[in-house]
Design a protein around this ligand. Structure first.
Ligand code: NAP
Length: 288
């Protein structure tokens, strides 16, 4: 979302822009079941929001390509982003690398990924139609996933390590009203059961659950190692930059969830990308 939105600003300021996406168009918001707190879009799916952004950015002239950036290097004329599929040159760079799913760290989690363990309800929920699933987490992502899955699955167990949820009250109330959602707190997942695929969980409260799917929604972590030659990283891996979105390298800006900040929302990402894109345009205006 941040990459495409910054493209809208930079293209409208007369610059040519290439957006490099690592996975799907729009980044993590594309996997959000429903967005109900973005101004003037009362209720919209993350996928539709991403499609609209893509249309808006590309119809204005932004280009989009796919590539996993492995490093960015400063050159005499600007910067070069290296990917496994080739190099991309630019005079200025906006890093909007977002964040990734945090793993539970439970034994066999990786082995059972795609065999009952998932990190995205919107992507994989349909595989569990009429089945029993659990969601782990207590934030907006977990509670939204529980609501979404309750509409598809026979039973949803929501497991959270504390009695209090950090998700918005509105979502918590919505989940509590759903007849096919059972809330188990405080509890953590101690063991993933099953041979070739997940068949259940053993929880810290001693309970054993028979399940077809587990959705792990316990937050996001950054992955900014590819940019470490040009930017400072915080201890937990976010890019250290203030509200002006400038990094320690002139011409390199950072926007969205990958930046060190207190509040990570679509609206705060949108604010960042506007600041970063206009900062990049100002920087380029010094040369032409
Ligand atoms: P989050 O708000 O960081 O919540 C992560 C949850 O996972 C917390 O409840 C945390 O427990 C729990 N957790 C963390 N590590 C754990 C572990 N190892 N084992 C068990 N539980 C663990 O993450 P999020 O829900 O993905 O949301 C990320 C950001 O996106 C937030 O700023 C959120 O507001 C935003 N978001 C917004 C919307 C929306 O506006 N509609 C939708 C989705 C996400 P504790 O509570 O005990 O720390």
């Amino acid at each position: 979302m941040a990459g495409l939105t910054s493209a809208i600003y930079a293209v409208r300021a007369g610059r040519s822009v290439l957006v490099l996406e690592r996975e799907g168009i729009g980044g993590q918001i594309a996997t959000s079941p429903k967005v109900e707190n973005y101004p003037a879009a009362a209720s919209i799916s993350g996928a539709e929001l991403s499609d609209r952004l893509f249309e808006q950015a590309t119809s204005l002239g932004a280009e989009l390509d796919f590539g996993d950036v492995t490093s960015v290097e400063k050159t005499e004329t600007g910067f070069v982003a290296h990917t496994e599929d080739g190099d991309f040159e630019a005079r200025s760079v906006i890093i909007a690398s977002g964040v990734h799913h945090r793993k539970l760290g439970t034994p066999r989690e990786e082995e059972l990924f795609g065999r009952g363990v998932s990190y995205c309800a919107v992507c994989d929920g349909a595989f569990y139609k009429g089945k029993r699933v659990a969601v782990v987490g207590g934030g907006n992502t977990a509670l939204s996933a529980a609501v979404f899955l309750a509409g598809i699955c026979a039973e949803v167990t929501l497991i959270h390590r504390r009695d209090e949820f950090r998700a918005e009250r509105y979502l918590v109330e919505q989940v509590k009203k759903l007849e096919n959602v059972r809330i188990v707190t405080p509890a953590t997942v101690e063991e993933l059961l099953g041979e070739d695929k997940l068949s259940g969980l053993r929880l810290s409260n001693g309970e054993e659950l028979a399940l077809d799917g587990l959705f792990v929604c316990i937050g996001k972590v950054p992955d900014n190692a590819a940019f470490s030659a040009l930017v400072d990283l915080t201890e937990d891996g976010f890019i250290d930059a203030g509200e002006d979105c400038h990094t320690r390298t002139e011409g390199v800006f950072v926007a969205g969830d990958c930046r060190k900040k207190e509040v990570r929302q679509l609206t705060t990402a949108a604010a960042d990308v506007c600041v970063a894109a206009l900062g990049a345009c100002d920087y380029l205006n010094r040369f032409s």
